[in-house]
Design a protein around this ligand. Structure first.
Ligand code: PHE
Length: 378
């Protein structure tokens, strides 16, 4: 096989890791090889679609607490290895999310890394190829929508894979999980406000919603309804404007959004917006949003703590999609039960905040201890 990275004719007789070269082998270990070797997850499945140069990855991080479940994301990545690395990090986040919410699933994630987001027949063709990859993992892998995928996409995957949450409602699924996720984040924001400001009442509170896609837009609705002063930012300026007009919010440019003086910053789009460079620029008291993998590095939880900013651990506050779709489809929960469980996200956060204080640690570390203890007990 041709190496993924490095020229084929790379000179030298040993690889960068010191092992003697096999005939025809590059001296540069492939990035895929390094990533997979360094990962502590269970399994990586890969499908390459030659005609479109699309890479598809399913990463199963853990099945310790049950079959691995995680969304399928579509994206345009700089390199295929970036897509794989994203799937790996997100899969681990799903393991922690399931454990923290005490849901009997392990963690996984699928990533479809395309050169452009596909549409129409091409999208269907790629999704069916992805569905075969998912089906090859059998009962071990369950999936659902994630960034850039929809309930309609789940309908297509379900043509060939048995374990798909959030198909369209008219196909017997629970539909787009964004409404559940947004509701859970809303409860999480209220609990965080209660912790910092002494009241869960959001009237007059300044909240920045960064990313107004399927979750962020609905969160903005809930916040506006609760009387918050909402600011929205989105890479898609038109989308930002239309949501802002709908709820009477202000649009902030994505470049300067992080520096906005506000009470609460809700990252609801891509991950890693919290890092060594961005944290000193923040002018909020609380970070509480729906994005997965918000911290570039686990240490960023300490950085936020030291900056006096309360951080709602992402996989705790954003578990609403999993809770709502699983409850609806597998447990036949009614709307009141689901709402009570989504409100439970606020209670879990309060408990984590109390533990962090008692243990003198960051909220990120306290959440991770809770999730890991559940994993160890499994
Ligand atoms: N995007 C959702 C998440 O990250 C994916 C999901 C929804 C997974 C529902 C399972 C069930 O939580």
């Amino acid at each position: 096989m041709r190496p993924i990275s490095g020229p084929d004719d790379w000179p030298g007789e040993t690889r960068a890791d010191g092992r003697a070269l096999k005939p025809g082998e590059s001296s540069v270990p492939s990035v895929f090889e390094d990533l997979i070797r360094a990962w502590d997850g269970d399994e990586v499945a890969i499908h390459y679609d030659h005609p479109s140069d699309t890479w598809m990855f399913v990463c199963i991080h853990s099945t310790k607490r049950g079959p691995a479940d995680g969304g399928t994301r579509m994206g345009v990545y700089e390199t295929p290895a970036d897509g794989l690395a994203d799937a790996m990090r997100l899969a681990e986040g799903m393991t922690l999310k399931m454990a923290a919410a005490d849901i009997p699933f392990g963690g996984a994630k699928g990533v479809i890394a395309a050169s452009a987001l596909p549409e129409g027949d091409e999208r269907r063709r790629l999704l069916l190829g992805y569905a075969d990859l998912a089906a090859s993992l059998g009962d071990n892998f369950h999936t659902a929508p994630d960034m850039n995928t929809t309930a309609a996409d789940m309908d297509v995957i379900a043509e060939r894979h048995r374990h798909v949450f959030c198909r369209s409602v008219d196909r017997g699924g629970s539909g787009d999980p964004g409404r559940f996720t947004a509701r859970g984040v809303f409860h999480g924001i209220r609990a965080s406000a209660a912790r910092v400001f002494g009241s869960a009442d959001l009237a007059g509170t300044r909240v920045l919603v960064q990313g107004v896609g399927s979750v962020g837009a609905r969160l903005a609705d809930h916040l506006a309804e609760a009387g918050a002063t909402v600011f929205v930012a989105d890479a898609d300026a038109e989308r930002a404007l239309s949501i802002a007009q709908r709820i009477g919010a202000d649009v902030v440019s994505p470049e300067t959004a992080l520096e906005l003086e506000c009470d609460i910053y809700a990252p609801c789009a891509v991950g890693a917006t919290l890092n060594a460079q961005s944290i000193p620029r923040l002018r909020c008291r609380i970070v509480a949003g729906s994005a997965n993998n918000q911290l570039a590095d686990p240490e960023d939880a300490d950085r936020l703590d030291r900056a006096g900013i309360l951080y709602a651990p992402d996989y705790v506050i954003n578990a609403g999609g999993v809770i709502g779709s699983w409850g609806t489809e597998s447990l036949a929960w009614d709307a009141d039960t689901i709402e009570a469980r989504l409100a439970g996200i606020g209670e879990s956060l309060t408990e984590i905040y109390e533990r962090a204080e008692a243990e003198g640690s960051s909220t990120g570390a306290a959440a991770e201890r809770l999730a890991r203890a559940r994993l160890d007990a499994a």
